[in-house]
Design a binder for this molecule. Structure first.
Ligand code: FEO
Ligand code: CA
Ligand code: CA
Ligand code: CA
Length: 630
């Protein structure tokens, strides 16, 4: 404190260089500590991690899940709080004890599929700051909780009880089992965690050769093969023929009260069904709840929900059901009065039954169907197809200012490989690959960009906005549009912005989930990383580099901005990202690969002698106790 404290928002550290190493690199004067790894005991009484990954599903369901992602901090007092975090997926190649046989992946064994389900979902852990300033999690805290891929969750809001949500196991359509592929997240002003279901489609499949996906199933990427997990072999809930409505019960935002360990989570259907990246919640001028969320797939859309009711900041209970009733909008980005200047105006288009063609003749019988088929509703109203909208971040130091990371896109404009414009092989309405537009200006966007918008009247509930591109990522070692915008330099080059958040003093933090091959389009960019931008000058500085194979994702702070929590996801992942890939075949020899290539990939954080790399939460502090970033 005092007059010598840096001005709020100051960026004062010395940038770190790129790295292709096996550790977390932070600037001089900062410390990064490991807090909570995959398999660490979560619920009171849970066993320690088995380093050969031989733990049962019963152990996994009380230990930390895998692939940590979105994370939020819920304060208790100055020195303690709760962390709620997502476990997005599992890495099959590391998730089971391997006997030496190549034939090790057996989802048809029900206990194996159940263990994978147990590795998904959410953790809530209590964390405390010690007298030495170091944070640790409290083993056996009564707050500690796991929510998994089979925890009972209430379906609430306008789509609850709709026929499309009814299954043999739940004839009422009001209780789903589990939350899956929880990617980003958010936090409400009333102290709840809102977690996002992203690539849920990949878990479903069928061996029934007569299966043909419906239009709705196709639009959400459901297929007989799925992402090759084969869970339908071990749990018929994931068989598209046996349980055709089960996928409709996924793709939602789930609200969890971390302070009440016995509370039942709720899937809030009013916020729409799509592949939600994160859920950024702010209050409008008149205290309506506003939740922004991107649909992370090539040429999908950016949405926001505005509640009907208002929140009373003096009464947290007034938030209890705010997310059950309101208006869902989708964004259209227009070029504005000047063409080619990477800025313009925009409109939030309401997805309201009976308006803008959302009628029975067009396949929408009621508002429930508008929400269950939100992607088709957005197609119908003419929203702008984006370059994979990932995290949305609101600047809480400047009302109405919001950012979205568009991570990359190889299916736009004249780029004609691959031939469809959806990751699942389907095409959008009209089936044309979208042309470039001002908000998505590169046909080959391998590096991504970040868009900023300002809501009209600085009111999050506004239906119009102005926007500009804050940064076009790129590589100064390349030519032309590949170089990116003027605020990309040899010192801060990166690709594929994904996790973004604005800290309590108004700095924009950018995390990457892109190529770390360090060659070609990505030469000189090293491992995935975290950078910080001065929103006023647009200057960007590299703060952290992750271990090889990882992505850096999820970031939150203690309210004073002096402690930062991030997640390192899938360190040591071999090949390209299996949250999506179509087959594990390349991984079937992992045991031999691990034995024969002990230094070929990271075993972060436990080191070369460890059995497995492990996703983990990392705590970052400034050694002098100052605000992170100064
Ligand atoms: Fe799970 Fe779009 O990242
Ligand atoms: Ca313009
Ligand atoms: Ca992400
Ligand atoms: Ca990503």
């Amino acid at each position: 404190g005092g007059s010598d404290a840096p001005a709020p928002g100051t960026i004062g550290f010395k940038a770190v260089t790129t790295s292709s190493g096996s550790s977390v690199v932070v600037p001089e004067g900062y410390t990064a500590d490991i807090l909570y790894r995959w398999g660490d005991p979560c619920v009171a009484g849970a066993p320690e991690f088995a380093t050969d990954a031989s733990q049962s599903w019963e152990a996994q369901e009380v230990q930390s899940g895998d692939n940590h992602d979105g994370i939020n901090f819920f304060p208790i007092n100055e020195t303690s709080g709760l962390l709620a975090m997502n476990h997005e997926y599992i890495n099959p190649e590391y998730f089971f004890a391997v006997t030496g046989s190549e034939d090790w992946y057996h989802p048809e064994v029900a206990a194996n599929t159940k263990k994978m389900l147990a590795g998904h979902g959410v953790s809530v852990i209590e964390v405390r700051k010690g007298s030495d300033g170091k944070w640790s999690y409290v083993k056996n805290s009564s707050y500690n909780r796991r929510i998994t891929g089979y925890t009972p969750i209430t379906l609430s809001g306008p789509a609850a009880g709709h026929d499309l949500l009814k299954t043999a196991a739940d004839s009422t359509g009001t209780e789903a089992l589990g939350t899956l592929n929880n990617c980003g997240a958010g936090q409400t002003p009333w102290g709840t965690y809102i977690t996002c279901e992203e690539n849920f489609n990949g878990y479903f499949g069928t061996d029934d050769s007569t299966f043909v996906p419906s239009t709705l199933q196709n639009r959400y990427g459901l297929s007989a093969a799925g992402f090759a997990y084969g869970w339908h072999k071990g749990d018929p809930r994931f068989d598209l023929v046996a349980n055709p409505n089960e996928p409709h019960r996924h793709g939602w935002i789930v609200e969890i009260d971390p302070y009440t360990p016995t509370s039942k989570p709720k899937k809030r259907t009013a916020l729409g069904r799509f592949k939600h990246e994160n859920a950024e919640c702010v209050l409008s001028k008149n205290n309506r709840a506003v939740v922004y969320s991107g649909d992370d797939e090539r040429n999908e859309y950016l949405y926001k929900f505005v509640s009907d009711g208002v929140y009373n900041p003096a009464n947290k209970a007034s938030g209890a059901n705010l997310l059950d009733s309101g208006t869902l909008y989708v964004a259209r980005f227009d070029a504005g009065t000047v063409t080619g200047d990477n800025q313009g105006s925009g409109v939030w288009l309401p997805l309201v039954w009976g308006q803008n063609g959302l009628t029975p003749e067009n396949g929408f019988a009621n508002q429930a169907e508008v929400l269950i088929k939100a992607r088709q509703a957005a197609d119908r109203v003419g929203a702008t197809m984006m370059d994979r909208p990932e995290w949305v971040a609101a600047n809480r130091t400047k009302a109405g200012e919001v950012f979205v990371a568009c991570t990359n896109n190889n299916r736009r404009g004249s780029n004609d490989t691959p031939s469809s414009n959806k990751a699942d092989g389907s095409t959008t309405a009209g089936s044309a690959r979208p042309a470039v537009d001002e908000a998505n200006p590169r046909a080959v966007n391998n590096w991504g960009h970040v868009i900023r918008w300002n809501e009209a009247g600085a009111d999050a509930a506004a239906t119009t906005f102005t926007w500009d591109i804050f940064v076009i990522a790129g590589n100064p070692a390349l030519e032309g549009a590949k170089k990116g915008s003027a605020n990309i330099t040899a010192a801060n080059t990166f690709n594929s912005p994904d996790g973004i958040q604005v800290d309590p003093e108004g700095r924009l933090w950018i995390q990457t989930d892109g190529s770390f091959n360090n060659t070609g389009d990505y030469v000189g960019q090293g491992n995935n990383q975290m950078l910080v931008a001065d929103i006023n000058t647009k200057a960007i500085t590299r703060f952290l580099v992750g271990p090889d194979g990882c992505e850096v994702t999820g970031v939150c702070w203690t309210p004073d901005g002096k402690t930062m929590f991030i997640n390192i996801q899938h360190p040591g992942e071999v090949g390209s990202h299996p949250n999506r890939p179509t087959s594990f075949a390349p991984y079937s020899g992992m045991d031999a690969f691990i034995a024969n290539n002990p230094t070929a990939f990271s075993k972060w954080p436990d080191g070369a002698s460890a059995g497995r790399p492990r996703s983990a939460t990392v705590v970052i502090r400034k050694n002098d106790g100052g605000v992170i970033g100064t």
